[in-house]
Design a protein around this ligand. Sequence first.
Ligand code: CA
Length: 226
Amino acid sequence: MRILVVEDEKPLADALTEILKQNHYYVDAVYHGSQGLEYARSGIYDLILLDIMLPGIDGLSILKTLRKEHITTPVIILTAKSEVSDIITGLDAGSDDYLAKPFSTGELLARIRALSRRNAAYNEEVLSCGNLSFNKSTMELCCGSDSLKLGLKESQLMELLLNNAGRIMPKNLLIEKIWGLDSDAEYNNIEVYISFLRQKLAFLGAGTQIRTIRGVGYQLEGRNND
Ligand code: CA
C-alpha cells in the first residue's frame, strides 16, 4: 500500500513518513500544495494524508480538484483540533476521514487500517446486507430466489448505501458521489431514486430498508425478515 503525505511542517511530515515506513507502508512525502496535487493526480496512491494549510494550493482545494477529476483515492484530512469547520468542509469536499492534530501514532494507524478495509469492500463483486444482495457487474438486486435489475443511477445509489450499511449518509454526499460535485441535481431527484429503490426492496420482500433521517439523509438498515 502506497501513501502520499502532503504536509508542509517538515518535522511532522518526516515523523509520519518514518512511522508509516516502520509499519510497512510505502510513503512519499511532499511539503508544497502544488506538488501535493501533482503527486495525488498520478493515481498511484492508495491513501493520501492531506494537511489543510499548505503553501501554494491549500488542502481543501487539492481535495476538490481530485474529486472533480474523479480521482477517488481515500483522503484523510489532517487539521488542528480547533478547526472544526475545516473538518466539515473537508468531509463535504470528499475526504473520507480526518485526524485532529496532535494525534497519536496508534490513532493514525487505526484510521488507515479502517480505510483500507473499507476500500477492500469497494472491490467486492457482490455486496450484501441482511437477506439482500447486489451484484455490481450485472446490477441485479437479489433476495431469496427473486431478483431485479436496477438502472444505472439506482445501482450507484444502492452500491453506496450497501458499502455504508448502517451509517447515515448525508443527502448532499450521495448527490455529489453520484451526480458529481458540479452537478445541479436537485434534492428531490435523489428522493425519486430512493423511492424507486424502496419499491424494489418491497417487491423483493427484502427485510433491508432505507430509512429517512429527517433533515440529514438516508441509512440502510439490514434485517433478515425472521
Ligand atoms: Ca500546514
